[in-house]
Structures are given as C-alpha cells and as structure tokens.
Design a binder for this molecule. Structure first.
Ligand code: PHE
Length: 427
C-alpha cells in the first residue's frame, strides 16, 4: 500500500491529463497504456527483486549484487529523485494555495478566462508559491523523519478511498456538461496524425513517472517488504490502482476542458484551471474543491515521501550522516533547486534548453526514468538472470505463472523497446 501511495500522486491527477491534452489525446493514452503493460509491470517487479535481494538503497543494491560500474545506475536514480522532488514540491505547493482559494472563494467565481488569469497571476507571484513549496518540503521532511509516518499511513488508508469517490462524483459532473462528448472523443479515439517521436518519449516518461519507476523508489520499498509477501500480486495491485486513478483523472478533466472551451494543450496549468471552473458551477463547489485539493495534497505527500526516502536511505547507508541531518540536508538542497522551478512560472524568465526551468526539469526526468528502467531490466534480466525468478518466488515456494514471459521481457523486449522509443524520440 505504501508503494501504491508512492505511485498515486500528482503524476496521475496533474501530469497525466495535461500530457494527454498536449500530446493529442487518444493516441497518447494508448501508447501510455501499452508502455505500462509491457514495461511498467515487469520493471516494478524487477526493482522489488533488487530491494528484496539486497535489503539496501539503490546504490548499495547495485553494488552488492553486481559490483563494477553497476552502482552508477543507483547514483542515477538518486540524482533523478532529487530532480523530481525539486519540481514536485512546487506543484504540491499549489495544492496548498488552492485549499485556501476554494475556502475564500477567490478562485471559484467568474468564467474560465478570469479563473485562468487568476491562476497565472498566482503562479507568477514570486514569493508565495516559493514559500508554499518550502512548506510542502518541510512537511515531507517531517514525515520521513518519522513520528507521523504511521499517522500518514492510517490517514491515507482512509483518505484514498474518499479521493476515489470524489473523482467519481467529479467525473459524473464533467461528462454531463454540454459539449463534454467532444472531450471524451479526444481522450478515447486515437488520432495518429498527431503522433511523432516526441509523443512516444512523453508517453514512456509518463508511464515511468506515474508508476514511480526507474529511480529506485521501489528498490527502497522492496527492501522493506517481508519475504513472505508475494511480489507479483503486489506489483499488479500497484499498476492497477495507479492506472485506474490516471484514467479517472482523464475522465474528470478532459470532458470539462472541451465543455468550457479551454485549450487541452495548455500545459501544466490544465488541472489547476479546469477544476476551479468545474467547482464554480457546482452546488457546494467550494467544499468539494477544498476537500479535493486537501486529498491531492495528501496523495502528493505520500509520493514525495518515497522520493525523499530514496535520497535519505542512500545518504544514511553510504555516508556517515545519520537520518536527521541527511533528511534536513536533502530537503534544503531540493528546495534550493525548486526555487528556480517555481520562479520560472512567470515571475522570472529562467530558461534552459529553450524551456522554462520547471518544464526542463520535468522533461529531463521523462528521459532519466526510462534510462534507469532500461539499466534495471538489463541488470535483473542478464546479470541476476534466472536467480531473480527464485527471488520472486521465494525459492520456489510461491507461484509465479508468468516467470518465463517476465524474464523474456526484461532481457529483450524492455531494453530494445525502451532504447528504440528514446532514440526515435531524440531523432
Ligand atoms: N509516481 C508519483 C506520482 O505520480 C511521482 C513519483 C515518481 C514518485 C518517481 C516517486 C518516484 O505523482
């Protein structure tokens, strides 16, 4: 359940709808689902195996099981975790602001255009979004440092079903709006003319990001998993829940986007502009809105915790730092890297690779996660080889019907497929 909490987060509700919107709709959805089924499920299991076999952080896992240059894959993962967390806290900070905006009514009055203008004014506001990102970072550090970890676990067991129900309510609202049908068509009917190499890279990046895959989060969580827990079943639950929530978010956002005449390709603001419009035209919208963003905050927190946990376990295992300073130092560096991300949303013109800083960081992770996944597939498929099947089945005491298929995917399909997607995307 902790791994499912890691997977379900902003990636599903913020990133998935806007990536789908920006990449032409149905065709992107199909590619994303394909990558989830073929690479995602197998690689989740591969990462868990590394955790179970080594009982260590990603760097330690690759070192103890492989040696040589393999720990580089672990270092790549820790670095990727840093980059993700740096912009993740910015978006999560927006959810804090939105709880306030829902309660004071400032964002649920007016039409789509004026709500869009208020959103832009907020994210380009400079200090406030930066401070909220800092606040979210502090919350994450507090949870990782223990004390309330159990509380979070209990809270999310209760709150995630509530989020689920709320998504269903909002979907009902969204699809019944006049003009919603066009959004459904956009989401579900593939238009291949809109697909190019970039669509493939975005879809594979989204698949990995959403599943928390390719940077060692699942190695770390796998290392905590009791030997008796059947791993294939756990992997299936993570994939199933995560994909379900992403699909629900798509059904919630895209029909409303079309019904209100918004631009599906608007980018990272899509969810944050569309939902307030939905809430503003709904009975008790302010309450629904507040509860929704509070739940999104918790979902983001359980994901951010897994990101920070990777960095912290690495620092604790591999350096002389103890947990407390490790978490504080990592939190400060992430926040430092988050500041330009936040400011690049309108306050200051900070560009790298011709993109604003936040978009550049997000695009970089779309590339780094699949690279991490590719290396993990090679490692578990070839270096560990059939031994990895024994690890999954706990030395043959548990069933794993798809063992041969799994090994074949790790050895051939995933490395060749991921390399092909990344190279064709770059070309
Ligand atoms: N999967 C998380 C989300 O969808 C983000 C994440 C990525 C968390 C990688 C951990 C590792 O929001």
């Amino acid at each position: 359940m902790a791994a499912a909490g890691s997977a379900v987060g902003l990636g599903n509700i913020w990133k998935f709808p806007y990536e789908t919107g920006a990449n032409g709709g149905g065709a992107f959805l199909l590619l994303y689902l394909l990558f989830i089924v073929v690479f995602g499920a197998s690689l989740i299991l591969a990462e868990m195996v590394l955790g179970r076999a080594s009982g260590q952080n990603p760097v330690g896992a690759f070192r103890s099981l492989g040696g040589g240059r393999w720990p580089l894959v672990g270092y790549l993962g820790v670095f990727t975790g840093f980059v993700i967390l740096s912009f993740y806290i910015v978006i999560a900070g927006w959810t804090i602001a939105y709880m306030g905006f829902m309660l004071d009514g400032s964002l649920i009055s007016g039409d789509a255009e004026s709500i869009g203008a208020k959103f832009s004014a907020f994210i380009s506001g400079g200090a406030t979004p930066v401070l909220l990102a800092g606040l979210f970072m502090i919350a994450t550090v507090i949870v990782v440092l223990g004390g309330i970890g159990k509380g979070i676990e209990r809270a999310s067991k209760l709150l995630m079903p509530v989020l689920f129900v709320l998504l269903l309510v909002l979907i009902a609202r969204s699809v019944s709006l006049p003009g919603a049908g066009e959004g459904l068509r956009f989401f579900l009917v593939p238009d291949w003319s809109k697909v190019d190499g970039g669509t493939f890279t975005s879809a594979i990046g989204q698949a990995f990001f959403s599943l928390s895959l390719g940077m060692g989060a699942l190695i770390t969580y796998g290392s905590y998993l009791p030997k008796t827990t059947p791993m294939p079943g756990s992997a299936a639950i993570i994939v199933g829940l995560d994909t379900l929530v992403a699909l629900l978010a798509g059904f919630m956002i895209l029909p409303a986007v079309f019904a209100y005449g918004l631009d599906p390709a608007a980018g990272p603001g899509l969810t944050f502009v569309t939902l307030p419009v939905v809430f503003s035209q709904m009975p008790a919208g302010a309450i629904f809105g507040f509860v929704f963003f509070a739940l999104l905050f918790v979902a983001a927190l359980t994901s951010a915790v897994s990101l920070l946990e990777v960095v912290v376990t690495y620092l604790v295992d591999e350096t002389r730092l103890t947990r407390r300073p490790a978490a504080l130092i990592a939190g400060c560096i992430c926040f430092g890297l988050g500041v330009p991300s936040s400011l690049s949303q309108g306050a200051v013109d900070i560009q790298i690779f011709g993109m604003d800083f936040l978009t550049a960081a997000a695009s970089l992770t779309d590339l780094l996660l699949p690279i991490g996944g590719l290396c993990t597939a090679l490692f578990v498929g070839w270096k560990l080889g059939p031994k990895s099947v024994a690890l999954v089945t706990n030395n043959g005491t548990q069933r794993f019907a798809l063992a041969t298929v799994w090994l074949f995917i790790l050895r051939f399909v995933a490395p060749i497929g991921i390399a092909y997607v990344l190279i064709s995307g770059m070309l």
